[in-house]
Design a protein around this ligand. Structure first.
Ligand SMILES: [Zn+2]
Length: 174
């Protein structure tokens, strides 16, 4: 799984375009070890609310769901652990009549844009490590602590107004 595009939407939502390396292996049905290991590393995930067609709990849903859907929940979980955020929502969509098979659109809310970028990269690294069953390089405590530091640091450079508005302003000037 690879994040090929990151787009800042509105002032608190980011859109990710995600592609599976093998478009036929996009479900946890093909990789049951991924949710199994993920829930071990992040036990709090069982408490995530998840709206799905079957009305399943997130844990049950994870037995047969799209891997980018897991990725979406992990980005939210990492943000919540690093910084006490309010409730953040996410959504995973795809339409393979329009897009190539294996491409997903993942939407995630955020409060701190630097933190969400960090959380995206850490989540990507974790999903990949789980997929390869290589957990040696993953220390959740360290990752969360570093994301917390990143969030704190970014507060120091916060400009009034969102960065999105700022970028639009700059574009208008040029
Ligand atoms: Zn969900």
């Amino acid at each position: 799984m690879k994040v090929v595009e990151i787009l800042f939407y509105d002032s608190n939502r980011v859109k990710l375009v995600v592609e599976m390396l093998d478009p036929d292996c996009y479900s946890t049905e093909h990789a049951p070890h991924i949710p199994k290991l993920l829930f071990k590393l992040f036990p709090h995930l069982v408490r995530h609310r998840c709206e799905n067609d079957n009305g399943y709990s997130f844990r049950r849903e994870c037995q047969c769901t799209e891997i980018p859907h897991l990725f979406e929940h992990l980005i939210i979980e990492l943000q919540g652990q690093a910084l006490k955020t309010g409730t953040l929502k996410g959504e995973t969509q795809w339409n393979w009549r329009v897009d190539p098979k294996g491409r997903f659109h993942v939407y995630v809310e955020y409060e701190n844009e630097i933190l969400v970028l960090g959380a995206i990269r850490v989540a990507e690294k974790i999903i990949r490590a789980l997929d390869n069953r290589k957990l040696d390089g993953i220390n959740v405590e360290d990752e969360v602590r570093q994301l917390g530091e990143l969030a704190k640091l970014s507060e120091r450079y916060k400009i009034p107004g969102s960065a999105v508005a700022e970028a639009q302003l700059n574009a208008g000037v040029v």
